[in-house]
Design a protein around this ligand. Sequence first.
Ligand code: FAD
Length: 285
Amino acid sequence: MKIAELLKKKTTLSFEVFPPKDEVPLDGIQNTLSHLYRFKPDFISCTYGAGGSKRGRNIELCEVVEKSGHTVMPHLTCVGHSRDEMKKIIKDYIDRGFENVLALRGDFPAGWNGTNGDFSHADELIAFLSAEFPQMCIAAAAYPEKHISAPSLETDIACLRSKQDNGAQFIITQLCHDVPAFERFLEQIRKAGVTIPVIAGIMPVLSCEPIIRMTIFNGCSIPAELAAIIGKYQNDPVSFTRAGIEYTAVQLHRYIAAGVNGLHLYSLNKWEKITETLNAAGISN
Ligand code: FAD
């Protein structure tokens, strides 16, 4: 199923998972998926490791999702890839029945200053994919508080417009705890002529140190409400998780009220806490 088609009909619910390390069997993630499937997700996206380290496992995991009868969306990055390699990868996706791909530049491995491949930015990859493989539904990433290396939100939104103009059919956003900032972003991109659907990427607040690390790594802000949870429960992991789940459940409704076209939960491969969060929010598909 092409996700862009689905987005014409409904607000989607979906999850991101990541492939386990090479030596780890797939049983654990298969178990996680079997629990996430209870929410009848519209699709599952699978991350793609930078520098080629997890390429094989990305395909393996996507195949597991596809074979279960669910729609899969592999992530794909420009890092280290030539045009010919990209062609082979997408032909392989098509042979396996995948119809969607999230086209990204990727984060550079330590010590790299660029992609060391034929594509420097996601918009170039998107242009290539939409010209060579018009049958694929292509998604792009966006950053409500701007990408960390972008000089301004305006220049970043111009890059997002370029992704749309080059063939991206919908957007998935980076984590953003600040819903009013997200709403301003939505207004700004619409004014800039970005008309494609926007799915909110939601990072559930489950553990103190990882949420601070991921938020800072992505150059995102920590609103007062979340800062209060961190301040109160930073030394009490159980209470932190309970408060974080309640907070995330409320956030999900704030995103729906903001008019997003879908909710995409970064599952962190943790089905129990995701289940608790969605149950607390009363959200199912
Ligand atoms: P780009 O669109 O290329 O943007 C990168 C920077 O360059 C931005 O500052 C932008 O403003 C600027 N820019 C964009 N186009 C141009 C241009 N034509 N000329 C000049 N400047 C330009 N990373 C992974 O490695 N694997 C994953 O699986 C993965 N999944 C992700 C899923 C989501 C939903 C999101 C939001 C991010 C994900 N990332 C992943 C992280 C992502 O790869 C990084 O954020 C990366 O730094 C930027 O990727 P991009 O596709 O947005 O790049």
